[in-house]
Design a protein around this ligand. Sequence first.
Ligand code: ADP
Ligand code: MG
Length: 389
Amino acid sequence: MNIHEYQAKAVLREFGVPTPRGIAAFSVEEAVKAANELASAVTVVKAQIHAGGRGKAGGVKVVKTIEDVEKEAKRLLGSILVTHQTGPRGKEVHRLYIEEGSAIDKEFYLSALVDRGTGRVSFVVSTEGGMDIEHVAAETPEKIVSFSIDPATGVMPHHGRLVARTLGLKGDLAKQADVLIGKLHEAFLAKDMSMLEINPLVVTKDGKLICLDAKVSFDSNALYRHPDIVALRDLTEEDEKEIEASKYDLNYIALDGTIGCMVNGAGLAMATMDIIKLYGESPANFLDVGGGASKDKVTAAFKIITADPNVKGILINIFGGIMRCDVIAEGVIAAVKEVGLPVPLVVRLEGTNVELGKKIIAESGLNVVSADDLDDAAQKIVKAVKGAA
Ligand code: ADP
Ligand code: MG
């Protein structure tokens, strides 16, 4: 789960991480009020969306007067911000963060993430902050330093020294870097973060090391123990289809291909996506309806898939283990009768009562193509989609 920059900074502040003063605003009036309260010489108006790259897209404005705060707030609220992270459709701005302007001396990059390779929390630091770290990684990888933290010892003084050396920090600033790494690591573990990105981490003209931007993602599997974090969820930032799917306990991820997939089991769902790719098309989604796919679940899943205008064909691939194939076939037919069938549908059933399931589909009179195995199913749906195009 992702949160906004202003929320991430509030979480980090709980752990004593230095950030500029700032106030969130949901309207132009609130933005003006916030700027008056901050009463700083320089104010920054920052669009709050769940994507980075706002600065380059005009979503971060440094201004000197209240009039300009008002002007920028009016311009940004309700506008669509397209950044290199939002995709071409962009994201609508509903919230702003009004922040005290910092006099920046240097901009660095710092992030922490769960490194699956080492099974540890790893930090990544670079002197090349503020800009696209992806470019730095591709073109000048030697400018990126990473290290992981041994969970048995936690952050050690040598980690702080490595960060200071990498960033060229001496004296008091080196001490600040050491303290900062400890606090960020503490926050990361305490809140079950999966990713924490500070870009830029800055040194101010008056010698302070502060976090000027903050992007945090949390491990969804650990959210049950963080009601305070769950409360920060902003549904307007999430895919509507994914929200709908979560209501029915369906594991659904929207993708950008043309073939809607309904599968039971995550492994089978992955294999289904792979084989669609193998035959030259792309999946429109990942969808695991789970082991006990009831008629209601199948119907809900069907509605979510057909609501996606990119879907040009649907592949249902179900292994009837605990569930019987005839029950699934009935569920599919009921769903098709309820929501209609605007695109070709291929169904592959295997497992318990498979013959009965196939018979039910064949006798339904609906335009459903039955498939014998996964290979056959994938080829049939790809052919149907390509034929329609
Ligand atoms: P994004 O990463 O989405 O572009 P940032 O929060 O990193 O957004 O802001 C972009 C740039 O704007 C920063 O690299 C920094 O140069 C500048 N900036 C952001 N916040 C402030 C601030 N409080 N004071 C001064 N400059 C800022
Ligand atoms: Mg940034």
